[in-house]
Design a protein. Structure first.
Length: 365
C-alpha cells in the first residue's frame, strides 16, 4: 500500500472515527484503525465491537492494499504536523512509514484480515429524515438514558417506528424523555429497537445541520449514512419498558412559568442542595412558586417565583438536575409543569409543543 494526500485530507476521516478507538482495550487490534486504499480512495475504519465507524476520503494511490495501525498515534502525528503538509504513507513488511517534509515516522501494524468489521446487516427497513430534525430528536432525549444500570435495556435509547412517526424514548427509572418526528414517507413496519448509549453519543457527535440522514435498521444492528461516514452500532437485545404507563395522563394542576427565570432560580437554589441527592422542594400556592433547598451543613436557599397556578397548595420534592435537564430541552419561552398530587410524577413540556414531553418522578425529602 502506498498513497499520498494533504494533512487535512487524512485528518478528516481520522477525526470522524477516533471517538470509538478505546485507549485501553482487551484486544490490541481495537486500538488500531483499518486503512484500506483502492482506486484513489482511502477508507478509515474504527471499532470497539459495539460501534463501528467508517469514513472515506480522496487520495493519490500508487498501490492498493489494507493494513491496521495504532489509531491514536496516527491521529496525534497528523494533528501535530503543520497545516498544508503533504503526507506520504507506505507499507513495508510489518511497518507503516509516514513522511511529511523533513519528518518521518514508522508505526507498527497488524494484519487487516484480523480487524473485526460488520459488512452486511440483515436489513428490515430503511428510513430517511433530515439531519437537523434527527439531531434534535437525540438532543431532547439522550440525557435521560441510564448509565451502567443492571437493567441493561435502560442503558440506551429506544427508537420506535409507527406509521409516519419516528419516536425516541429514554429513561433511567427516575425520569423519562420522549420526542418524535415525522418521516418523509411512512415506515415499512412498526418496530422498536434500542441503540446503546455509546452509539447514541457518537451519533450526536457526527450529526450536523445539513442534508439528509439514512437509517437502516437490521435484526441486530442499526446503520446510519451521513456526510460520507458510515456508522454501525449493535442493538441492545432486550425489551424496553412500556413508557406510556409512565407518562401522566390525569393532570389536575398545571404551573405555567417563564422557562429562563425558572431555570435560573433552580440553578441558584441547587448550589445549597444536598450534593448527593440534589433535592429541591417546590412549595406551590396561588400564582406563587417557592423553591427551597438545604444540605447537611444546615445551609438553606429559597427562591420565590411568580407563576400561573390556581390549583391546591402543594409541596413536592424533585432532583434539581432532572428538572434542569428537562427545562433545557424545552424550546419555548414558557414551560408547563403538570401535576396530579404531591406523590405523582411531573409532566414538563412547552405550552404549544406536541412532539416532546419529559417526566420527572418526585423524591422524598
Amino acid at each position: 500500500m502506498k498513497l499520498s494526500a494533504s494533512r487535512d485530507t487524512i485528518l478528516k476521516p481520522l477525526r470522524a472515527v477516533i471517538g470509538v478507538v478505546e485507549r485501553r482495550q482487551t484486544m490490541p487490534i481495537l486500538g488500531h484503525v483499518l486503512l484500506a486504499a483502492q482506486e484513489n480512495q482511502l477508507s478509515v475504519t474504527a471499532t470497539d465491537l459495539e460501534v463501528e465507524l467508517l469514513a472515506q476520503t480522496e487520495v493519490e494511490t500508487e498501490s492498493q492494499g489494507a493494513i491496521t495501525v495504532p489509531g491514536r498515534k496516527l491521529y496525534d502525528i497528523c494533528r501535530a504536523l503543520p497545516e498544508g503538509a503533504k503526507i506520504d504513507l507506505s507499507v513495508s513488511g510489518d511497518k507503516l512509514t509516514l513522511k511529511a517534509g523533513r519528518s518521518r515516522f514508522t508505526l507498527s501494524t497488524l494484519r487487516a484480515a484480523d480487524f473485526p468489521t460488520v459488512e452486511e446487516i440483515a436489513t428490515q427497513q430503511t428510513l430517511t429524515t433530515k439531519q437537523q430534525t434527527f439531531q434534535k430528536l437525540l438532543e431532547k432525549t439522550h440525557f435521560s438514558m441510564a448509565q451502567q444500570d443492571v437493567r441493561y435495556y435502560l442503558n440506551g435509547l429506544l427508537l420506535e417506528t409507527e406509521d409516519t412517526t419516528l419516536r425516541a424514548v429514554a429513561t433511567d427509572g427516575h425520569r423519562l424523555a420522549l420526542s418524535e418526528l415525522k418521516l418523509k414517507s411512512g415506515a415499512e413496519r412498526n418496530e422498536q429497537v434500542i441503540v446503546p448509549r455509546k452509539g447514541v453519543l457518537e451519533l450526536q457527535r457526527l450529526l450536523n445541520d445539513e442534508g439528509d440522514v439514512d437509517l437502516t435498521i437490521g435484526a441486530s444492528h442499526i446503520r446510519v449514512h451521513l456526510n460520507g461516514i458510515r456508522f454501525t452500532s449493535k442493538l441492545i437485545d432486550g425489551r424496553f419498558p412500556e413508557y406510556n404507563r409512565v407518562v401522566p395522563n390525569d393532570i389536575k394542576s398545571v404551573i405555567t412559568a417563564n422557562r429562563g427565570l425558572l431555570r435560573q432560580a433552580l440553578q441558584r437554589a441547587s448550589i445549597l442542595s444536598n450534593e448527593k441527592y440534589r433535592g429541591v422542594r417546590l412549595d406551590l400556592g396561588e400564582n406563587n412558586l417557592n423553591i427551597k433547598a438545604n444540605n447537611p451543613e444546615q445551609e438553606e436557599a429559597e427562591e420565590t417565583l411568580e407563576v400561573e397556578y390556581d390549583g391546591p397548595s402543594m409541596e413536592i420534592g424533585f432532583n434539581v438536575n432532572y428538572l434542569l435537564d428537562a427545562l433545557s430541552a424545552v424550546d419555548e419561552d414558557q414551560v408547563q409543569l403538570g401535576l396530579s398530587d404531591a406523590n405523582s410524577s411531573c409532566l414538563i413540556k412547552g405550552p404549544t409543543t406536541k412532539n416532546a414531553k419529559f417526566v420527572v418522578m418526585p423524591m422524598r425529602l
